[in-house]
Ligand binder design. Structure first.
Ligand code: MGD
Ligand code: MGD
Ligand code: SF4
Ligand code: MO
Length: 883
């Protein structure tokens, strides 16, 4: 079966062979996004399709109910709220992980039938700034380029984009181009794996991108490197932009000083850019997630318009999408700020959409954007909210407030694939959705390519497709006429028809988002639909837009938009002197509801961390690996310190992934301020003023059990759960006195059964191993002053069918038999190769990444660990040098 990966916006094709509930996956060699490659997350899809933890029946509170009961309750409560408080008293919060069909159905119900604009998507946290920048520049939310441009380019600029980790398969394609002479410039305050080994890394001060890109444009103008001909024929607004640039000192020295980069590096960047017509500028969350998100996008696009580097092979500004179907949501109208099909709330678009839908009550105006939507729930304006395929209690900024908002909201519905998420705990009704591999539909990737996700398994339990859940509720609300679809192909066909509906030629105000030839698609053709890039014409897909220099604006010209450099919403200050940056790690996906099921994906970075420069850590007595408090005006978290000069002094970084279920005190988003870009509503996830302090635990321990545990109630602990192959490792530490420790111990220990126990009052150490028959059931270690033994050895004992006598002795003495085996963190998740094996290969003489790959397999699949292997080689060289 050929389908598409459910993770990032690269949109790789997957070839999957289901066997019962198991799955063997490979990259689809024919898919034009990946030509057979997959990254670590795609390769591990087989480990995430089990039914463990799934929600398989509708629930009202903790009561299992039938579908009609759940559907009727949701319909009744939404209708009641609308009758009493009007359509704007209800809201949907949806997700780029819905399929296009799901998105289309949810949007149609809210904007066409309920009659409110209150449907917004988590793409608000992700793509909203780029959407606004596109609309300002091109007249519509259009991504000009395609993946092939990334290979044809001679220069690729990564702006706030850690592609090596977040779009690994595309990054591999660009690395291959680099071997043929392509150059890479990375603009990111951190030295990421994308920056490792690039041609130039500009570690700019946080939030100085606009200054940098404006400085570049001014420099290009000074050099005469702008394309006056292109601008005269196809671009408006150049004079206004030049006037804006004149408001500040644009000399390279001034720009370099403000951006905090060496002048020589800045000049090199300017020179490279000026001399390379085939340039692609990728921009991602380092650009979008900012109170200057729209301005950053505009500043980048301005440079490309001024140089005519757009609509040509190997040249364009390229906003890359995060989620598998972030684009589908932007197309169908999942955002509160647009109506549907790239049509907004103005006339004649609104009347047209209403006519097409036969809508009884078309929304009059844009609805609430994500952050405002939850504020409205907190203040009591929203009486009923339905959350689909997103986990806002983890992923929205100022997350404690989101939890309060859901608590305050009289009626909360959550559609999810998992039974328990940090968000679903606050749901009055939980609706079981079909997961990847069970559902059927389409997604659009970063290059406007529509691909099919296909069903591989029979629907488990009573789970249903998201579009169908929406259609059932719509029907129960009395809107049967608009929602009578029986299969996703019918939803898709209706959607395709909307894109083509009254869609004139571009010159007459037509829309480029047009799936014309697919409007008559039959269920069979839908089944076989091959990946295709919109606009879809009789000739097929369209890889590249604006090749004729014509833009969908009234005068056919693109717009340059004047933007001024500003600081972030809140500057660092005496109380909070550091800038807290947040983002992704290589092997986890967002809130870990799926990647957290794959132990191989949990070993690269097993627990929450805070990366910090030695100059900031040392004065505070924070050493590598030490538990560290991170505090902001919003809240506090505790994470282990990664002390590293890959971080800029003055900035710290935390991954966004950990949740209540995995690390209640290690979550980033209770810390993040909810400052948003005034035009896009996108939060400034990349900057919150913060401070750090050593945690200084008085005791610590770990606990291995077959099941995952949450921390004992009432205890003030730093608790982290780390999935292992046959058990769950829980690490914890506390600052309380002996009584608190004793309470924790009591909660974890078993009441009955075989136990091996040892206590050493001198070091405050205790260990217990509980055995069930011949198998290990639980292991507990505590210490105040002593050392804790390696965990990997213990975790592996859970895999054994029966413990040997030697195992039992080792458990009793608390040390592994023979040499301590510490299998260590994972380097290569695809081939399951850990640090010690790579180090051993290097010690045996492997001096290149390829040699290590040949010896161990590491780095030979998706390649996203290659920068890390290179670092281990360099580190070994340094050690040998020093010796
Ligand atoms: N492994 C993995 N891959 C993913 C995801 C995942 O969860 N895990 N999620 C997907 C999704 S939804 C998304 S949106 C994408 C995101 O993909 P990326 O945007 O690549 O990911 P982030 O780590 O959020 O942020 C990118 C970089 O922005 C930098 N940055 C911070 N502040 C600034 C600044 O002021 N200026 C500049 N120029 N850079 C700055 C950060 O240091 C960080 O390295 O990834 C997708 N791919
Ligand atoms: N601090 C910080 N916070 C951030 C970011 C950051 O960089 N820093 N990035 C932001 C960005 S770019 C994004 S995209 C968001 C992502 O944040 P979220 O959208 O909250 O993260 P996910 O874990 O992907 O949530 C998806 C949910 O949908 C469920 N699910 C999976 N498949 C299906 C399905 O088919 N149907 C249904 N109904 N449910 C399903 C999953 O179990 C999970 O609960 O996080 C944002 N938050
Ligand atoms: S790069 Fe990885 S996560 Fe993204 S679509 Fe491809 S396989 Fe999936
Ligand atoms: Mo995202």
């Amino acid at each position: 079966m050929r389908t598409a990966c459910p993770y990032c916006g690269v949109g790789c094709g997957v070839s999957a062979e289901p066997e019962g509930r198991k799955l063997v996956v490979e990259g689809d060699a024919q898919h034009p996004a990946n030509f057979g490659r997959l990254c670590s997350k795609g390769s591990a899809l087989g480990s995430t399709v089990g039914l463990e933890g799934r929600l398989l029946a509708p629930m009202i509170g903790d009561r299992r109910v039938t579908w009609p009961e759940a559907t009727n309750l949701v319909a009744r409560r939404f209708k009641d709220a609308i009758a009493r408080h009007g359509p704007d008293s209800v809201a949907f919060y949806v997700s780029g992980q819905l399929l296009t069909e799901d998105y289309y159905a949810a949007n149609k119900l809210m904007k066409g039938f309920i009659g409110s604009g209150n449907i917004d998507t988590n793409s608000r946290l992700c793509m909203a700034s780029a959407v606004v920048a596109h609309k300002l520049a091109f007249g519509a939310d259009l991504v000009p380029g395609c993946y092939q441009d990334l290979e044809l380019a001679d220069l690729v600029v990564f702006s706030g984009h850690n592609a090596a980790w977040t779009h690994p398969v595309l990054f591999r394609r660009m690395e291959a181009a680099r071997a043929r002479g392509q150059r890479h410039v990375v603009i990111d305050p951190r030295r990421t794996d994308t920056a490792d080994g690039c041609d130039l890394h500009l570690a700019i001060a946080p939030q100085t991108d606009v200054r940098l890109w404006n400085g570049l444009l001014a420099d290009l103008i000074r050099r005469g490197a702008v394309d006056r001909g292109y601008v005269a024929a196809h671009v408006a607004g150049a004079a206004e932009v030049e006037a804006e640039l004149a408001q500040a000192d644009q000399s390279p020295a001034a720009v370099a000083a403000d951006c905090g980069v060496p002048l020589a590096d800045l000049e090199r960047f300017f020179g490279m850019f000026a001399q390379t017509p085939r340039t692609v500028s990728l921009f991602s969350m380092g650009a979008n997630q900012s109170t200057q998100g729209v301005a950053k996008g505009s500043a980048i696009i301005n440079v490309h318009l001024a140089t005519g580097r757009i609509g040509k092979p190997g040249a364009c500004p390229f906003s890359i999408t995060g989620q598998p179907n972030a684009m589908g949501g932007r197309e169908t109208g999942g955002m509160a700020t647009t109506l549907a099909g790239h049509m907004d709330f103005d006339e004649p678009a609104r009347a047209r959409v209403a006519r097409f839908w036969g809508a009884p009550r078309i929304a009059q105006a844009p609805g609430l954007k994500a952050v405002d939507m939850f504020e409205a729930a907190l203040s009591g304006k929203i009486k009923a909210i339905w959350v689909m395929a997103t986990n806002p209690v983890v992923s929205l900024p100022n997350a404690s407030r989101i939890r309060d908002a859901l608590k305050a909201c009289p009626f909360v519905v959550v559609s999810d694939v998992m039974a328990e998420t940090d968000t679903s705990r606050y749901a009055h009704v939980r609706l079981p959705a079909l997961a990847w591999g069970e559902k059927d539909g389409t997604v659009t990737n970063s290059e406007r390519r529509i691909s099919r996700q296909r069903r591989l398994f029979a629907p488990p339990g009573e789970a249903r497709a998201d579009w169908r859940i929406v259609a059932d509720v719509a029907t129960a609300m009395g809107f049967a006429d608009g929602f009578g679809w029986r299969m996703p192909a019918q939803v898709f066909r209706e959607w395709a028809r909307l894109t083509a509906y009254e869609n004139a030629r571009l010159q007459e105000g037509g829309r480029l988002l047009n799936l014309g030839p697919l409007t008559g698609i039959t269920p069979e053709a839908y089944e076989d639909l091959q990946p295709v890039q919109w606009p879809v014409t009789a000739a097929g897909g369209t890889p590249r837009l604006f090749t004729d220099g014509r833009y969908p604006t009234p005068d056919g010209k693109a717009r340059m938009v004047p933007v001024a450099a500003r600081g972030p919403a809140e500057a660092v200050n005496g109380a909070f002197p550091l800038s807290l940056n947040t983002g992704r790690i290589r092997d986890h996906w967002h809130t870990m509801t799926r990647t957290g099921l794959a132990p191989e994906l949990c070993r690269h970075a097993p627990e929450p961390y805070v990366e910090i420069h030695p100059a900031d850590a040392e004065p505070l007595g924070i050493a590598e690996g030490a538990l560290t408090r991170v505090q902001t005006a919003q809240g506090e978290a505790v994470a282990i310190a990664k002390v590293s000069d890959r971080q800029r002094p003055g900035s710290v970084f935390m991954p966004m992934h950990w949740t209540e279920a995995f690390a209640p005190s290690g979550r980033s988003n209770p810390l993040v301020a909810a400052n948003v870009d005034s035009r896009s509503g996108q939060p400034e996830f990349k900057h919150t003023p913060a401070r750090v302090r050593a945690y200084r635990e008085t005791w610590r321990g770990f606990f291995l059990a077959r099941e995952g545990w949450t921390p004992p109630a009432g205890a003030d602990l730093v608790w982290r759960r780390m999935p292992q192959t046959a058990c769950q490792l829980h690490e914890f530490a506390g600052r309380g006195d002996g009584r608190e420790r004793a309470a924790v111990q009591k909660a974890l220990t078993r009441r009955s059964g075989d136990v091996l126990r040892f206590e050493d009052p001198a070091t405050g150490s205790l260990r217990e191993a509980w055995i069930d028959g011949d198998r290990l059931d639980r292991v507990i270690f505590f210490t105040t002053a002593g050392r804790l033994p390696p965990r990997d050895w213990l975790a592996e004992l859970f895999e054994a069918e029966a413990l040997t006598a030697a195992d039992r002795t080792a458990l009793l003495i608390g040390r592994p038999p023979g040499r301590a085996v510490e299998t260590g963190p994972t380097v290569c998740a695809c081939r399951n190769v850990r640090v010690p094996r790579v180090e051993a290969a290097i010690a045996r003489g492997c001096a290149t990444v390829d040699a290590v790959g040949e010896a161990t397999g590491a780095g030979t699949s998706c390649g996203s660990c290659r920068p890390e292997i290179a670092r281990l080689i360099a580190a070994a060289k340094e050690v040998r040098h020093a010796a």
